[in-house]
Every structure is written in C-alpha cells, then in structure tokens.
Ligand binder design. Sequence first.
Ligand SMILES: NC(=O)C1=CN([C@@H]2O[C@H](COP(=O)(O)OP(=O)(O)OC[C@H]3O[C@@H](n4cnc5c(N)ncnc54)[C@H](O)[C@@H]3O)[C@@H](O)[C@H]2O)C=CC1
Ligand SMILES: O=C([O-])CC(=O)C(=O)O
Length: 358
Amino acid sequence: MHPTSNVNQRIARIAAHLQPPNLQMEDDASSNLNRVNCRAKGGATGFKVAILGAAGGIGQPLGLLMKMNPLVSVLHLYDVVNTPGVTADISHMDTGAVVRGFLGQQQLEDALIGMDLVIIPAGVPRKPGMTRDDLFNINAGIVKTLCEAIAKCCPKAIVNLISNPVNSTVPIAAEVFKRAGTYDPKRLLGVTMLDVVRANTFVAEVLGLDPRDVDVPVVGGHAGVTILPLLSQVKPPCAFTPKEIDYLTDRIQNGGTEVVEAKAGAGSATLSMAYAAVKFADACLRGLRGDSGIIECAFVDSQVTELPFFASKVRLGRCGVEEVLPLGPLNEYEREGLEKAKKELAASIEKGISFVRK
Ligand SMILES: NC(=O)C1=CN([C@@H]2O[C@H](COP(=O)(O)OP(=O)(O)OC[C@H]3O[C@@H](n4cnc5c(N)ncnc54)[C@H](O)[C@@H]3O)[C@@H](O)[C@H]2O)C=CC1
Ligand SMILES: O=C([O-])CC(=O)C(=O)O
C-alpha cells in the first residue's frame, strides 16, 4: 500500500476518535443489553455504567475513578451542566472504558439506554446548619425525574442512589419503579458505604490498626441517629470502653456534618464519597460478573426490621442484592440505638413514599 494512504487511514481513525464525546452515538445503544460482554473500542470486556450528576463535586472524581475501573467498558456522564468539558477531560485518560457525555434533559434517555449500572449523585448538597432532610424539597423531584427515565430506558439496570436524603430518596425511587411496573427490589441500593468507610477509619485510629484491616458493619439509614455502627461486631474482634463507644458512635453519625462544617459553605463530602461510591459500585459490578462472597452494607428493601427499607449487610450477585443479611446479636447500647433509628427512619421513608403517591 502507498505510504500516503496509510497516513490517511491513521488520520481518519484519529479524527473519528476525536468526535466531541457528547455528539458520539453509542453503536449498540438499541440493543438495551443490560448484560455484559459488550466489546468496547479499547478492547476491554465489561459493563456499561452511567453517572447522573457527573459534573458535580462527587460526580467528577467518581467519573475519574470509574474510568480507571477495568470492569467498566463504557462510561456515560450525564448532567444538566458542564458535561462536555468533564467528558473531554476524563476521556483523555488512557484506560479501557469509552467515555461519552450527555448534556441536559433532552439527552437523558440516550445516556441511559443499555446501561448495566446507574450511579446517581445528582442534587444539591448541604450547607452548615442544614440537615439532610432539608435537601428533600429540591432533591426529591430530581431523583423522581431521573428514576422515571431509568424505568423507561434501562429498567434492568442496578441503581446506586447517592442523592440525599437517602432515607427518603430510595423510597421515592422504589415508588417510581413500582408505578412504572419495573420495580425489582434487588436492583435498587441506597449508598451508605461512606458510613462504613468512616467507621473503619475512626475505629482503626482508636485501635491503632490499619483501616484496611478493620470491618465495621453500619446499619439503619444515612442520617444522624439512623446511622448505627455495630461496634460489638467489629472485625478483628475487640472490646471498647464505654467512652470509646460514645466517641466512635457520635463521630460516625456526624461524619457528614464534620465535613460540611469544615467546608464552611462550599458543600459536603465529595472526595471520600467518590471513593466510597466507587468501592460500592465495584462490589456491585463484581457481583454482576458472578464473583461470590461479596458482602457490603446498603440501604435496601428489607424485612430485617418491620420497616420497608433498612441498611444492613447484603450479599451482592448477578441480580444485585441476592440476600439481605440479618443484623446479628446486638448489645443493649445498640438495641437502644436501633429503636431511635427506626423512629426517625419510619418518618423519612413515609415522606418519600407520599411524595410520589400524592
Ligand atoms: N449517600 C451519601 O453518603 C452522600 C450523599 N451526598 C449527596 O450527594 C448529592 C450530590 O452532592 P455533590 O456532588 O457534592 O453536589 P454538587 O452540587 O457538587 O453536584 C451535584 C450535581 O448534580 C447536578 N444536577 C442537578 N440536577 C440534576 C438533574 N436533574 N439531573 C442531573 N444532574 C443534576 C448538578 O448540576 C451538579 O453538577 C447531594 O444530595 C449530597 O447530599 C453527599 C455525600 C455523601
Ligand atoms: O453530610 C452530608 O450532607 C453528605 C453526606 O451524606 C455525608 O457526608 O455523609
């Protein structure tokens, strides 16, 4: 072949690769696969993941970290602002996943078609003095709209819901999916991983251990007293003094507020949250792949208590939540904490359900 035509072919290949990501259509979008083994241009075999709220404080580092995950073959970044820039930036990383950006409501459905996993950090964060429930009025509507599109475009996708107040947004998502006739409780997971990440860190500090060697179950929900660390079940097994238990419980329950106050009006946890979200999403993807023995805490449809939703350890597998594990033995301190948690949780769950039913 003439050398010039070789050069022309290479230039054409590069030009095709450089299409603005938000204009690039997904080649197999119509297949609505919802199951793996799509072959990405990078040659990787893996899952298709969408992030909704991808230009935000959590969304950007989350996109960066998901681009580095070898289980991801296609990464869709959706937001109502700034996705062209974020997408162009992340797409230059020389990892396997193909990145595409989607901007504004009119591109939401394109962002969702064919996705295996949808991660939702869309919505407003807290400022000092606010509770997570103060975010309800804005975030409830955002989550409802996004979940209506998920029900339409990728009803079999696993959904990782980060937007606060999680104790209400998960019930909102469930109601939307029920209405659409697509609800599968195994596929809807409220992300409480940051509570576990914090608990592991703070407990490791007290014990003088490496946090990677510590495992603290955190159950209940994701706000104040509903965040219930089970310090009697910490691995490796250890005994805390009553003072240590008070300190650790308070620090874990108020970890979010600690960050909100330190950021002094500039938002809430974003970097540790992106880390926790990626840790959790990776566990979900490994479950989808068929790996066994994957146990993480999440806020899910549950019969562990009399409440319809509750965070506890769950076993992840090919269909999402394959088993919701029981709480295990609680001590007196934890039983009291559980009663307080359930009271607040019941109200937050009811608030979410009635928002959709009204
Ligand atoms: N579950 C958890 O453990 C945690 C939850 N959060 C929650 O995550 C949410 C996001 O926090 P940040 O990223 O810090 O906020 P942020 O304000 O930095 O980013 C939110 C992004 O959502 C986008 N957005 C707004 N409406 C949207 C819509 N209709 N569709 C798509 N995107 C939309 C915004 O444009 C923005 O880019 C907040 O509700 C926050 O409270 C934060 C930390 C931990
Ligand atoms: O505290 C907040 O508002 C954000 C959040 O959920 C957390 O950091 O745990």
